[in-house]
Design a protein around this ligand. Structure first.
Ligand code: ATP
Length: 306
């Protein structure tokens, strides 16, 4: 019986290992639910990044043709500026970032980086130009050093450490018994949400892309962690074009433009002070947060936030 059982047991083990690997890969791309088929155009050329300006021009998009998700979305983020997207759950905020990364092709309109239609450039060059700090960073079952270096595999140890310092995770790592060699992930040290997000910020700093997308965590962070993340992010965002899916008003106050997305349409847009004086959905949201600082979701009143 043992002879029969052992190989099966081994197979089970191998299966779990393989499955874990696949899960890691899937979760790395947690901006997408199902990896779609997007191909390079026959004449695709590398994206020529001059300064990293982003534009959406009258973009319509639907995952399912019967159900529009984005309707006539237009905005420009000039090089080095910060745009925040707020709105209720399901409004299409993450979809905008997925389209910028060209996980899907759009129905009509244009998405541009530095004036080039992203559908006409190689996906590889496009994705090299964009850094993403997802809401929930997935760590590989490897050392924390490896996980940070993933942002730019050829980076030196000194560069990894400099990025970790800038992301304010170095002191934490240096304090671990095995330092940068400490194993993390499912089978190693479990990091908190704030620590994982700082690993993601360090990765993004190493990658050093001209365009940054930051999907702010919805989960509550303690105020000290939040401050640290905010200051690390400010470093990542400095001199870079930044799109933030914002869940905290503290993040949007200094944005160059705020888009209030409701049901796939831009309902309001402007700077924080302008939107407040308009007295619309954004102003109501702000008032609600002032009354109840724990209500950190930037959902429109009466709507459930994720
Ligand atoms: P949240 O704040 O909850 O993350 P969101 O504003 O980012 O929401 P999106 O994730 O962009 O919203 O989703 C917009 C709409 O598109 C939702 O109705 C959602 O159900 C739908 N959707 C998202 N991903 C897919 C997908 N892969 N296939 C089909 N529909 C999808």
């Amino acid at each position: 019986l043992m002879q029969l059982f052992m190989p099966l047991n081994f197979l089970g083990f191998a299966y779990r290992e393989i499955k874990q690997g696949l899960v890691d890969m899937e979760r790395m791309f947690d901006l997408i639910d199902t990896p779609p088929e997007v191909r390079d155009a026959a004449q695709a050329v590398p994206l020529q990044v001059t300064d990293g300006a982003v534009a959406f021009r009258d973009v319509d998009f639907a995952y399912d043709p019967r159900r529009p998700v984005l309707c006539g979305v237009s905005f420009e983020v000039p090089a080095g500026r910060k745009m925040a997207i707020v709105g209720p759950s399901g409004a299409g905020k993450s979809t905008i970032t997925r389209l910028l990364y060209r996980f899907y092709d759009i129905g009509s309109g244009r998405v541009e980086i530095d004036g080039q239609d992203i559908a006409t450039v190689t996906q590889d060059s496009l994705r090299r130009a964009i850094g993403i700090v997802p809401q929930d960073t997935v760590l590989f079952n490897d050392s924390i050093g490896y996980n940070i270096r993933y942002g730019r595999p050829e980076a030196s140890d000194a560069e990894v450490e400099a990025a970790a310092r800038a992301a304010q995770i170095h002191d934490f790592v240096a304090g671990l018994p095995d330092g940068y060699d400490t194993l993390v992930g499912e089978r190693g040290l479990k990091l908190s949400g704030g620590e994982k997000q700082r690993v993601a910020i360090a990765r993004a700093l190493l990658k050093d892309p001209p365009v940054m997308v930051f999907d702010e965590a919805t989960s509550a962070l303690d105020s000290e962690t939040e401050k640290q993340i905010q200051s690390s992010l400010d470093r990542v965002a400095a001199r870079r074009t930044t799109l933030v899916i914002a869940h905290r008003l503290s993040t949007v106050v200094d944005a160059d433009e705020i888009l209030v997305l409701i049901d796939g349409r831009i309902a309001e847009r402007g700077r924080h002070a302008d939107l407040l004086s308009q007295g619309g959905a954004y102003a109501a949201l702000w008032a609600r947060q002032q009354r109840d600082p724990a209500a950190e979701e930037t959902a429109a009143p009466g709507q459930e936030a994720s």
